[in-house]
Ligand binder design. Structure first.
Ligand code: NAD
Ligand code: TYD
Length: 337
């Protein structure tokens, strides 16, 4: 029996990962440490909490005493660090909490991973650490880090700390850098679920600037399989980019949502752009594909329909979120924009 500490496992990608592991990896026990910030939601784990193979603990990754106890008590073999403040727009308003969780929290985990001789530390990172691309080219694992937002700067700092712990102290680590994920359980501050929710309710769709910003979209399940492969098959001290080879402009993604929901383009409203908005992200995933045999299984055309249908048939999940503090957030971010 292997026991892994998954941090941030009540968030979007973490919860999808926990579900995948419990469904597909018998013999693996998950200790799930999550602070349950606004983005953490136990409803993301419905049906998966009452099992001996999943222990949920509410707490902070920066709480060294708690993390130390969990590692000892559960004999943790590996740590997969999903926990983070993850939204660029929030990082522009309140960067301090991004440094606290994404940098200080990661440092706490690293120190304990070293002290307790954890077999593998996997840092879940993002392509945003590489900065922005022009019309051509792809990020590779050797592209220099050049983050542009407080969010991506905090993730780059964490990546560098992870690698420094490997270099200086011999920590066995991996870093995965993935492009934009989409799929079930994504908090509706992110573009895709926000637009689905608004379109469904005939509300305006707030497109930043000209809407011709490009992201490489990957279905969340495919990200989870990549992380599992890296955790179980990669050499220590390696970095892997993970992408969907699915470059789309925001307008193209929004067009697909409107078409599926049979809503008019007149819902689109171009609003004030995000400061420092990265123009284009695109990932070269050839390293993970050739070295570990990973490949995405869901095309964008399938994934977007699956995702929209999931939000439509899980309206309770969405309603519980938008009936809380969400409206306050939405008003502060979008009123008079
Ligand atoms: P999310 O915001 O949906 O979830 C983050 C989770 O972390 C939440 O459950 C939250 O409660 C928890 N958390 C926050 N601070 C914590 C703390 N101090 N201690 C313990 N738990 C804490 O984020 P997500 O989209 O699921 O992203 C997960 C990871 O993947 C992040 O590290 C993010 O940088 C990375 N990533 C995300 C994307 C994407 O498209 N969403 C792409 C590439 C990489
Ligand atoms: P987002 O989901 O916040 O991911 P990221 O900024 O980390 O890539 O945004 C995806 C794209 O959508 C990005 O170019 C910003 C844009 N966007 C809008 O146009 N309107 C919105 O309301 C949001 C949240 C994002």
């Amino acid at each position: 029996m292997r026991t892994i500490l998954v941090t941030g496992g009540a968030g979007f990608i973490g919860a999808n990962f926990v579900r995948m592991v419990l469904d597909e990896q018998p013999g693996t026990r998950v200790v799930n440490l999550d602070k349950l910030t606004y983005a953490g939601n136990l409803e993301n784990l419905t049906g998966y909490t009452d099992t001996p193979d999943h222990i949920f603990v509410k707490g902070d990754i920066a709480d060294a005493e708690l993390v130390s106890t969990l590692i000892d008590e559960h004999k943790i073999n590996a740590i997969i660090n999903f926990a983070a403040e993850s939204h660029v727009d929030r990082s522009l308003v309140e960067p301090g909490v991004f440094i606290q969780t994404n940098v200080q929290g990661t440092l706490t985990l690293l120190k304990l991973a070293l002290e307790k001789k954890i077999e593998r530390f996997l840092q879940v990172s993002t392509d945003e650490v590489y900065g922005s691309l022009g019309d051509d080219g792809l990020f590779t694992e050797t592209t220099p880090l050049s983050p542009n937002s407080p969010y991506s700067a905090s993730k780059a700092a964490a990546d560098m700390l992870v690698a420094a712990f490997g270099h200086s102290f011999g920590l066995k680590y991996n870093i995965t850098r993935c492009s934009n994920n989409y799929g079930p359980y994504q908090f509706p501050e992110k573009m895709l679920p926000l637009m689905i929710h608004n379109a469904k309710n005939d509300k305006e769709l707030p497109v930043y600037g000209d809407g011709l910003y490009v992201r490489d979209w990957l279905f969340v399940y495919d990200h989870c399989t990549a992380i599992w492969k890296v955790l179980t098959e990669a050499e220590p001290g390696t970095v892997y980019n993970v992408g969907g080879n699915n470059e789309k402009t925001n307008m193209a993604v929004i067009g697909a949502i409107l078409e599926r929901l049979d809503k008019p383009e007149s819902l689109i409203r171009h609003v004030k752009d995000r400061p420092g908005h990265d123009r284009r992200y695109a990932i070269d995933s050839s390293k993970i594909m050739s070295e570990l045999g990973w490949a995405p299984t869901v095309t964008f055309e399938e994934g977007i329909l699956k995702t929209i249908d999931w939000y439509l048939s899980n309206s309770d999940w969405l309603d519980h979120i938008v009936s809380g503090q969400y409206q306050q957030y939405y008003d502060s971010m979008y009123t008079n924009r």
